[in-house]
Write a protein that binds this ligand. Structure first.
Ligand code: FAD
Length: 667
C-alpha cells in the first residue's frame, strides 16, 4: 500500500455544526488556511435548533447574507401568554411585542437548523471561491499537543490523526421510528469499531497550529483535552415536536407560552411556512429506566430516561391535554425529539491556547431560552477573528486568553437563566404563580436577544474591572454607549451622497478594527476643527500606528478602518473640506467615499427623515456624545465597543499605546 498522507494546516476545525460553520465563514472570508472536518456524511436535515436571535441576525448581516433569513424565516413580532383562570379554564392573559422593540433592526427569526447550515455552506463557498468545503465523513482518532513547541508561532504543535470512514458507517443509527427524529446513538466514541474506507489513503496525519473543537455536546476534542463539564442533570424531560398543525387555537402563528392548570406547560414557536414547533414538558409521560451510565457521561446511571421509548404520539398527546379545550391535530409530523435536561459548563475552553472548544462542546442546557445554537455560534464569532489575527501575525497570542474569559462568563449567565426558566416550566402545576413565571421570562428577554452581552475589562476591552456580573460601564464622553457590549445600530447620513445609512452597514465582519471619530460640530468650534485636522494628519502620516499594522500588500483599511461621523450641517460641509484621512485613495487613486457621515439630525436634502423607519434622534444623542466635545470610539472586529477616548491628539496617543499592547507591526 501507499504511505498514509501527512499535511500541515494553520487551523483545523473538528465538527461542522452551526459553531464550526461560524468559524469557517470567518476563516473563508479572511483567507485563512483552514480545514473543517465532520464525522457524519450529511449535514443536519431536519429538526434540532431553529431560533436566530436578533444579534445573530446582525452577525449574519455582517457576513452579507441576511436576505436569506429575512425571506425564508418566520419572524417573531408578537408573544402571548395563556394561563388558567379561577375555574382552571385556559385563557389569554397577555399579549405583547416579542423581544425588546428597538434593541436591534432585526427580530428573532426561526427556521430549521439544516437550512441555516446551508446558508453558511453557500457563504463559505462564495468567500473561499469553492476551496473550503466540509470534508466528510472523517473521524479523528488521536490528538496530541507537542508542549515543547506551543510558544513557537511558526510551529504546528498539534497533531491530529484522522481516517475517512466508509460511507455506510457515517450515519448515526436512529431509533426505530418512521418520522425523522433526534433520538440516535452517538458514534465515534472510544469503543468505536467503524471501518475506515478501504485503502491507506483513508488515513491522514494533520499538523495544525490551532485545533478548534466544535464537535457538539459529546465533544471528542473536549475528552482528548481531559476537560470534564461541571453541572447537574435534572429530572426535567422535554419533548420537541415539529408538525403542520390543524387547530382552533387562535394564536398558533404567534410565539406562545402556555401554562395549564394541571397538565404542564409548553411553548409554541411558529416556524417557516405552516410548520409549528412545540416544546413540551413530559414529566409523567416517560419512565425513568435503570440504564447503565457510560464512562464519560455525568448523568448518573439510574436517573436516565430511556429516550428510545419517546414517540411523537406521546408528545402530541401531552400537547393536546395542555392546550385543551383547543384542538390540535397534525396534518404532517416532520420531526420530534425528547431529552433530559443537563445544565453543564466546561470549566475551561482550551488547552495551552492551541486547542479550543466552542459551542455545545462547552455548554449544554435546555432549549427553552432559544439560546443553544445562538450562544454556540457567538462563541465562534468571538474566537475566529482572534485566531485569524494571531495566525496572520497581526496580534500577539496573548489576545487568545480573552476568548475563555469573555465566553465562560456568558455560558455561566446562560446556565443561571436557564436554571430559573427550567424550574418554572417543570414545576408541578399550581406551585408557581403566573406572575413569577412572566417576570422571569421578561427579565430574560433582553439577554435572549443576544444584544446586551457585555465583556469584562481585558486587553481588548478598556474599562475598569466590574464587581458584579451585570455592572455596565460607560465613558463620560459617550454616556449611552456601553464599553464591552456590541455597538448598537443607528442611522447616520452619508456625506458623499446625502443618503441615510445604518452604522452596522459600515461595520461588516472583515476582520478590521474600526475607529469611529465622532469629531463633533467642527464648523462651529475652532478647537474641534483643529482636532479633526490634527487627528487626520496623524493618520496619513508615516508614523501612524494604522500604517504600522497594515501590511503593504493589503488595503489601507483592512486592519484598522477610520470612519468620521461629524455633527455639522451636512450641506455646510464641502467634500474637499474633509481631511484626507477620511477620503482615502486606493492604488489607482480612486477615493473611497464611504468613510464620512453626519449626524442624522443635521442631514439636509430630499432624503431627510422621516424614512421608512420613522424619524429617530441622531447618533450623537443615541450614544450620549456631546456635539461640542466629540469622542473616539474603537470597535472590535466582532462589533464590540473596545474603548472610548478623546477626539484629539491626546486620545490618538492613548490609542497608539493601547493597540501597541497586543498588535504586531506588519512589515
Ligand atoms: P452540533 O450542532 O452538535 O454540531 C457538532 C458537529 O460535530 C456535528 O456535525 C457532528 O457530526 C460533528 N461531530 C461530532 N463528533 C465529532 C467527531 N468526533 N469528529 C468529527 N465530527 C464530529 N437546540 C434547540 O434550541 N432546540 C432543539 O430542539 C434542539 N434539539 C436538538 C436535538 C438534537 C438531536 C441535537 C444533537 C441538538 C439539539 N439542539 C437543539 C441543540 C442545537 O442543535 C445545538 O445547540 C447547536 O447545534 C450547537 O451547535 P454546535 O455546532 O456546537 O454542535
Amino acid at each position: 500500500g501507499s504511505q498514509a498522507k501527512e499535511s500541515n494546516v494553520d487551523v483545523l476545525i473538528i465538527g461542522a455544526g452551526p459553531t464550526g460553520f461560524m468559524l469557517a465563514v470567518w476563516f473563508s472570508r479572511l483567507g485563512i488556511n483552514a480545514r473543517i472536518i465532520d464525522k457524519s456524511s450529511d449535514k443536519v436535515q431536519a429538526g434540532q435548533a431553529d431560533g436566530l436571535h436578533p444579534r445573530m441576525m446582525e452577525i449574519i448581516d455582517s457576513f452579507g447574507f441576511v436576505h436569506r433569513p429575512l425571506t425564508e424565516c418566520t419572524i417573531g413580532f408578537e408573544a402571548c401568554y395563556y394561563e388558567p383562570d379561577a375555574n382552571g379554564q385556559l385563557h389569554k392573559v397577555d399579549r405583547r411585542a416579542e423581544g425588546i422593540p428597538g434593541i436591534s433592526r432585526y427580530n428573532g427569526s426561526v427556521i430549521h437548523q439544516g437550512r441555516i447550515e446551508q446558508w453558511f455552506i453557500d457563504a463559505i463557498d462564495g468567500f473561499s471561491k469553492g476551496t473550503m468545503k466540509v470534508e466528510r465523513p472523517i473521524l479523528p482518532d488521536s490528538l496530541d499537543i507537542d508542549e515543547s513547541r506551543i510558544h513557537d508561532q511558526t510551529a504546528y504543535p498539534v497533531t491530529v490523526k484522522v481516517r475517512k470512514l466508509a460511507e455506510q458507517d457515517a450515519h448515526p443509527e436512529q431509533y426505530g421510528h418512521r418520522v425523522q427524529n433526534g433520538l440516535h446513538r452517538q458514534f465515534g466514541g472510544e469503543e468505536d469499531n467503524r471501518t475506515a474506507a478501504a485503502d491507506d489513503s483513508a488515513y491522514e496525519t494533520i499538523h495544525a497550529k490551532y485545533v478548534l473543537g466544535t464537535d457538539g455536546a459529546h465533544s471528542w476534542v473536549r475528552k482528548q483535552l481531559g476537560i470534564v463539564p461541571v453541572g447537574e442533570t435534572t429530572d426535567h424531560v422535554w419533548g420537541v415536536l415539529d408538525i403542520v398543525p390543524i387547530t382552533d387555537f387562535p394564536d398558533i402563528r404567534k410565539r406562545c407560552s402556555i401554562h395549564s392548570a394541571s397538565e404542564g406547560s409548553m411553548m409554541v414557536i411558529p416556524r417557516e411556512g405552516v410548520v409549528v414547533r412545540f416544546y413540551i414538558q413530559l414529566k409523567g409521560d416517560v419512565e425513568y429506566q435503570e440504564q447503565p451510565g457510560t464512562a464519560n457521561s455525568s448523568v448518573p446511571a439510574a436517573r436516565r430516561i430511556d429516550r428510545s421509548k419517546i414517540t411523537a404520539d406521546m408528545i402530541l398527546e401531552r400537547a393536546q391535554r395542555i392546550m385543551a379545550p383547543y384542538t390540535l391535530e397534525p396534518a404532517e409530523t416532520l420531526w420530534f425529539t425528547g431529552y433530559q435536561i443537563g445544565q453543564r459548563v466546561a470549566p475551561t475552553f482550551h488547552k495551552h491556547e492551541r486547542v479550543f472548544i466552542a459551542g455545545d462542546a462547552c455548554h449544554t442546557h435546555s432549549p427553552k431560552a432559544g439560546q443553544g445554537m445562538n450562544v454556540s455560534m457567538m462563541d465562534a464569532h468571538n474566537l475566529a477573528w482572534k485566531i485569524a489575527h494571531v495566525v496572520r501575525g497581526r496580534a500577539r497570542p496573548s489576545i487568545l486568553s480573552t476568548y475563555e474569559s469573555e465566553r465562560l462568563q456568558v455560558a455561566n449567565d446562560l446556565i443561571a437563566y436557564d436554571t430559573k426558566l427550567s424550574r418554572l416550566f417543570s414545576a408541578p402545576p399550581g406551585t408557581i404563580s403566573t406572575d413569577e413565571f412572566r417576570k422571569v421570562i421578561e427579565q430574560g428577554m433582553a439577554f435572549s436577544t443576544g444584544c446586551p452581552i457585555d465583556y469584562d475589562a481585558s486587553l481588548l476591552v478598556s474599562k475598569p474591572n466590574r464587581k458584579t456580573s451585570d455592572e455596565t460601564f460607560t465613558s463620560s464622553l459617550a454616556t449611552r454607549l456601553f464599553v464591552g457590549q456590541r455597538i448598537p445600530d443607528h442611522r447616520m447620513g452619508g456625506q458623499c451622497e446625502g443618503r441615510p445609512w445604518w452604522l452596522h452597514e459600515r461595520l461588516p465582519s472583515t476582520g478590521a478594527w474600526r475607529i469611529l471619530n465622532f469629531c463633533g460640530d467642527f464648523q462651529s468650534h475652532d478647537t474641534l476643527k483643529q482636532n479633526v485636522r490634527d487627528v487626520g494628519e496623524y493618520f496619513v502620516s508615516a508614523d501612524s500606528f494604522v500604517k504600522r499594522y497594515t501590511p503593504k500588500e493589503t488595503r489601507f483599511d483592512s486592519v484598522v478602518d477610520n470612519i468620521l461621523i461629524h455633527a455639522c450641517d451636512n450641506w455646510a460641509v464641502e467634500w474637499n473640506d474633509v481631511p484626507e484621512a477620511w477620503r482615502p485613495k486606493d492604488h489607482r487613486g480612486v477615493v473611497d467615499y464611504w468613510k464620512v457621515f453626519g449626524d442624522m439630525d443635521n442631514l439636509q436634502g430630499n432624503l431627510n427623515p422621516p424614512t421608512n423607519e420613522g424619524r429617530t434622534t441622531g447618533i450623537y444623542d443615541k450614544f450620549g456624545i456631546d456635539k461640542d466635545v466629540g469622542a473616539l470610539v474603537v470597535v472590535r472586529p466582532d462589533g464590540h465597543v473596545a474603548k472610548v477616548t478623546r477626539a484629539d491628539m491626546e486620545g490618538v496617543k492613548e490609542l497608539e499605546g493601547w493597540f501597541g499592547a497586543f498588535m504586531v507591526p506588519a512589515n
